[in-house]
Design a binder for this molecule. Sequence first.
Ligand code: FE
Length: 283
Amino acid sequence: MSTMREVDSSWKSRATIEGAGVHLKRALGPGEAKRADPFLLLDDFHSADPADYIAGFPWHPHRGIETVTYVIRGLIEHGDSIGNKGAIGSGDVQWMTAGGGILHQEMPREYSGMMQGFQLWVNLPASGKMMRPRYRDVKSSQIPEAVTADGASVKVIAGEVEGTRGPVRDLVVESEYLDVSIKPGKSFSHGVRRGNTAFAYIFEGRGGFGGNGKSFGPEDLILFEDGDTVQARAGKDGIRFLLVSGKPLREPIAWGGPIVMNTEEELDTAFRELREGTFIRGR
Ligand code: FE
């Protein structure tokens, strides 16, 4: 018998300052990484005031993780140590595998109105931490939208909804990344493989999840219990949320800022290589 995933726990994202002074809301961070395995971090940046984000994220390293940037509204320019350069605009996604090491910068440009974007960090397994870096740049027009019979429309970035498959495939860690919108009073049900971690992060409207009568709204992160399906229903103004799930790694986490490895020795090595200028290899 198929079981519905109930709400395990929920919390609000917390105001924090990152990069060169970007004011953002952190929905997942080091304190939740074990429970959210394989996900390490989820940052939500939204502001109508460029002063909150224009300082951006100047040159910094990453190793041992993937960073997934999804821009709802706005423009983030990026450039890196292996010569990639581009811009992530409204509706675009960049799924970046840092692997053995990358140095990059991520600079939001001034946007008139409310800019909003998310960055998710997916941990890499020990076997993939030193893999060759790679990018998947996905334009908004390449992201298909699945419309369900019960009134939900889902932008499928990675994963599959009612036969519609997202463009980001062959991931190192099996995961699904959906942007779900549900019309007022309607609902959405989606199968998520048993044993995989699943969470929702709301950014518009309000609604409920599972058999819980509670109403959740913007900046609420909902972590689900195990089961086979996630069920969501929209309140009177509809709801929009990210639905993310993935297969847990169950490996030790050694976290040093933008570098996440399995052991302290690996972290020491990474920081020594940064000091000595040998962090980036094999161009
Ligand atoms: Fe970064």
